[in-house]
Design a protein around this ligand. Structure first.
Ligand code: ZN
Length: 502
């Protein structure tokens, strides 16, 4: 008999209570999305207060003693399967909330919302000095969070665990070490082959036409326009207001076709994950995404393993040329594919190629640990950034806009987050290998523009799982092995070895 006809009254009460928490969250998410897309510059002060108030209310509902008692009652019964998983995941969130003082939660929400706005201004004015005091305060709050969440562990681990559960800085470094070595070797071998011509991508491309093509691609991937939308912003992101209202954003460049095209595919990968979360648990912790690494595996899979592949352009190139017949006259699919896969050190992480990308992530991983433990002072960040950029990428940004002010994360209070980009990329290739074993002729399907088999495979093994399993358990179940850098290292060596005749 189904749970629906004979509901367990305590579980029913839990779902009822949680729907209030979810509705407060959806309001905060929508206010935040709006602040990042359309809100006028004068509106941010009061908006930050509104976000702080709703965040505090949500926190109070989470930390409420009656909710804790209800969970304790449920934990005393012999629940199994999804019911047990639901209670376990609710407990995890309640436990976290109980450790955080409400005043700190509200102060952080207000500070981070305003800091993000101050960052956007500092970035466009290339004015790090005006942003430094804001960033310093963000790190003060981050330390207080870490202390409240897990006083006995390293502050970095306490923060990083919020984004990648069960992962520590030591785990991250263990994964990163072989990747760092191989990517530095590979990028020097590629640099030795000399520069390649990307002029086909650097022409004038009308924004509305770019949007039309990108929309066609992401809808083919499986992004459902009835349950989501695409807007423009400074820093592309995806947010699931609910699973049926998933908003993605992109950034357009008039003179570079790559910027919007790949960021749209990337954010659509995130959006598809949110849209195909388990419907029966929508708005509950069990119906949420499991970690940012797993989230990123979905975006990188669509962006890179599909979007930067030759089979994809064998399908998509004629369509793109129909949109830009003048710019792409006389170009063929393979030439275009080589151009979008040019490897070259650059300043901007989100526009970096697949090889140098992770060196950007590692630079940030090292600097945020130093900022958090105090071994690097905020005022010295621009210098430290440029020094490390030179060491890793052989280029130093000419200004802070293209250096330490380029990313929104630290401004938005997201400290300990960056490693999830590389973790997710490693997982994307491991999932891709498993998917190809299971599905057979994946290249043939892509060449025909058929993505539903891929999307369904991902939905069954990742999206629909919600938080039934931990990231580690999910990886094991989907791929048969724990997370490893080996599939990614094989993939980049093989792909770029062929493209650059190494
Ligand atoms: Zn992403």
């Amino acid at each position: 008999m189904s749970e629906h006809t004979h509901p367990n009254p305590a579980l029913h009460a839990l779902r009822e209570r949680w729907s209030v928490i979810a509705d407060l969250q959806q309001s905060v998410s929508l206010l935040t999305w709006d602040a990042r897309t359309y809100l006028g510059s004068a509106g941010h002060q009061r908006r930050a207060r509104g976000i702080a108030t709703l965040t505090r209310l949500r926190h109070e509902h989470l930390a409420d003693g009656e909710l804790g008692d209800l969970l304790a009652d449920l934990e005393g019964t012999d629940l199994v399967g999804d019911d047990a998983a639901l209670v376990r995941e609710c407990r995890r969130e309640v436990h976290r909330a109980q450790r955080l003082p409400g005043a700190l939660v509200a102060r952080a929400a207000q500070q981070f919302a305003l800091a993000e706005h101050r960052w956007a201004r500092a970035r466009s004015d290339d004015d790090f000095a005006s942003f430094a005091p804001v960033l310093r305060e963000n790190f003060v709050i981050a330390r207080e969070f870490a202390q409240a969440l897990a006083p006995d562990t390293h502050a970095y681990d306490a923060l990083h665990d919020q984004y990648e559960r069960d992962s520590t800085a030591v785990d991250v470094e263990r994964l990163f070490a072989p990747v760092r070595t191989e990517l530095r070797d590979l990028s020097s071998e590629i640099a030795a082959r000399g520069p390649r011509d990307d002029s086909v991508l650097r022409q004038r491309f009308d924004r509305a036409l770019q949007a039309r093509f990108a929309t066609e691609v992401i809808e083919a991937f499986g992004f459902d326009p009835a349950r989501g939308r695409l807007d423009a912003t400074t820093h592309p992101f995806a947010t699931g207001i609910t699973r049926d209202d998933v908003r993605i954003t992109t950034r357009y460049a008039d003179d570079d076709l790559r910027v919007a095209l790949f960021s749209t595919m990337h954010e659509a990968g995130h959006g598809i994950y949110e849209q195909y979360l388990p419907e029966a648990y929508a708005g509950t912790p069990l119906g949420g995404t499991v970690s940012l690494g797993v989230h990123e595996s979905q975006s990188r899979l669509f962006e890179n393993l599909i979007g930067r592949s030759l089979p994809f352009w064998e399908w998509a190139f004629d369509r793109l040329r129909a949109v830009f017949p003048h710019q792409l006259a006389g170009v063929d699919g393979p030439t275009f594919h080589r151009a979008i896969n040019i490897v070259t050190p650059s300043f901007i992480r989100v526009e970096a190629d697949e090889v140098t990308y992770h060196l950007h992530v590692m630079l940030r991983f090292e600097l945020e640990q130093a900022l958090l433990d105090g071994s690097l002072d905020v005022d010295d960040l621009p210098g430290a950034w440029n020094e490390r950029s030179l060491a890793y990428l052989d280029v130093a940004p000419p200004d802070d806009r293209r250096g330490c002010l380029q990313d929104v994360h630290w401004a938005a209070g997201l400290i300990g987050y960056f490693p999830t980009y590389t973790i997710g990329t490693l997982l994307s290739v491991q999932l891709w290998e498993a998917l190809r074993r299971d599905l057979g002729d994946v290249d043939g399907a892509i060449r025909r523009g058929e993505f539903s088999g891929i999307r369904t495979w991902l939905t069954e093994r990742v999206h629909e799982q919600g938080r039934r399993a931990t990231p580690h358990e999910l990886t094991l179940a989907a791929t048969g092995a724990p997370l490893s850098a080996a599939p990614f290292l094989r993939y980049v060596r093989e792909k770029y070895g062929a493209l650059y005749e190494l």
